[in-house]
Design a protein around this ligand. Structure first.
Ligand SMILES: CC(=O)c1nc(NC(=O)[C@H]2CNCCN2)sc1-c1cc(O)cc(O)c1
Length: 130
């Protein structure tokens, strides 16, 4: 009903604000747009489910996420994909892995500090009722 739509609108506002703050952080530039297959032709051979911050933003606007956990499972793909595509001791691999971990940790910290636990529970109850 109307109250449920108000809750989901507030969730989308929070997730949009979080995602936009991450997109502004220079450390996460490599994660802001889908990997360019022209530049990185073997990427789709290695990575089954590509994800990036701009795709998260589109998903939010398409009302894909009813809970924070659903958003986080897509957001974690950015981190997991970077670790999978960059597994070596190569300094460039290490650099991108370090940034991917910083992205994951920053996202989790912002959610822990800024999203009310009761609000998250209300979203989960809406998900279970649908
Ligand atoms: C996002 C990601 O996982 C990514 N990984 C890379 N790894 C490498 O280039 C490693 C691979 N091992 C050998 C040494 N080079 S480049 C890169 C990337 C960075 C961007 O700024 C845009 C973009 O579309 C993709």
């Amino acid at each position: 009903e109307e109250q449920e739509e108000d809750v989901l609108r507030e969730l989308r506002l929070f997730l949009r604000n979080l995602t936009e703050r991450l997109m502004l952080d220079r450390r996460f530039k490599a994660f802001t747009k889908p990997v360019d297959i022209e530049e990185v032709p073997d990427y789709l051979i290695v990575i089954q489910k590509p994800m990036d911050l701009s795709t998260l933003l589109s998903n939010i606007d398409e009302h894909k996420y009813v809970t924070v956990n659903e958003f986080m499972s897509d957001a974690y793909l950015i981190w997991q994909n970077a670790l999978e595509y960059n597994p070596d001791r190569d300094p460039e691999d290490r650099h991108i892995r370090h940034r991917a971990c910083a992205l994951k940790d920053t996202m989790r910290t912002i959610i822990r500090h800024e999203l009310d636990k009761d609000f998250q529970r209300v979203c989960e109850e809406i998900r279970e009722s649908r």
